[in-house]
Design a protein around this ligand. Structure first.
Ligand code: PXG
Length: 286
């Protein structure tokens, strides 16, 4: 059966779920999105994802035409009609269609779209053996240009870094910020482990505040391990004992090599494996 897409209050087969070629999401990337997972029929950290979507909307002066409660209900409805207890949900809000030209206030019909499907970012072997990443020359957007905390429909910054990774034969790219510090990967946050302590860049490094990042810091704290949110350099990654990435799509994935250098012993380390295990337990038992 064809996937049913929720679009502006209606569930339609995907072939009929269409928007205008004048939509500003298409013309300018003028819109916002979220990526969410459900496990065993329950949406993981719904409130956090909806809060982030509404914050992104506020930051770009876009009014979402439905309430968080209505969005919550629509997400569950979309998962259910598509029979997806373990699904991936893509929420999209565009500013809608207006006259051609940059003026955002020429549009008054925001489009709200919910896609429920499955997602698999990396083959299972990478979760077992770890990923190789490279540092991209494309830096993360300057926070005064487009703050990374906004999950906007304009992901070209990250896509350019992803192009660098893939053309270098790697799966993911490390992105630095405008001061040369470690920021994050193209669709994931980054953690290092050194002497049994976790390290991750602070929000002030110009990163997306990952829902998975928060969950992992809570899990680490429950094991008595501190996470230091502190400025990190590429050197810190080179000399780390372990490294892993976190994200809704990727979940928790080990990184064993960066810029041709093995991280630690070049295999997923014990802290990474412990966190990965605890994360799987958390999402199943939520
Ligand atoms: N940084 C960036 C730039 C992201 O886009 C994360 C970190 C991780 O955040 P969460 O809240 O998901 O832990 C993201 C999230 C995809 C995909 O299709 C990417 C994300 C989310 C869902 C799907 O690759 N990025």
């Amino acid at each position: 059966m064809s996937r049913q897409i929720w679009i502006n209050g209606k569930l339609l087969p995907k072939e009929q779920a269409t928007i205008s070629v004048f939509d500003r999401g298409l013309l300018y990337g003028d819109g916002i999105f979220e990526g969410i997972r459900s496990y065993n029929g329950k949406v993981f950290r719904m409130r956090e994802h909806l809060d982030r979507l509404w914050d992104s909307a506020r930051a770009v002066a876009l009014e979402i035409p439905i309430s968080k409660e209505e969005m919550d209900k629509a997400i569950y409805e979309t998962l259910q009609v598509n029979d997806l207890p373990d699904g991936y949900i893509r929420l999209i809000v565009t500013r809608g269609a207006g006259t051609l030209g940059l003026d955002p206030f020429s549009a008054s019909n925001p489009q709200v779209i919910i896609i429920a499907d499955t997602i698999s970012l990396y083959p299972a072997e990478f979760y077992e053996n770890g990923l190789e990443i490279v540092t991209a020359s494309t830096i993360r957007n300057h926070p005064a240009a487009l703050n990374a905390r906004i999950k906007s429909l304009n992901y070209l910054n990250n896509i350019m870094a992803k192009v660098e990774a893939i053309t270098a034969g790697a799966k993911e790219a490390l992105m630095l910020n405008h001061t040369g510090e470690v920021a994050e990967c193209t669709g994931d946050n980054i953690f290092l482990v050194k002497n049994n302590t976790l390290y991750t860049p602070p929000m002030s490094a110009g990163i997306l505040g990952g829902v998975t990042r928060d969950a992992v810091m809570e899990l680490a704290a429950a094991t008595g391990r501190e996470t230091r949110e502190t400025a990190l350099t590429r050197h810190d990654v080179y000399v780390a004992d372990e490294c892993f990435l976190t994200g809704t799509a990727a979940e928790v994935i080990p990184v064993v090599k960066i810029d041709s250098r093995a991280i630690g012993v070049g295999k997923p380390g014990p802290v990474t494996l412990d966190i990965k295990e605890r994360f799987h337990k958390l999402v199943r038992e939520q």
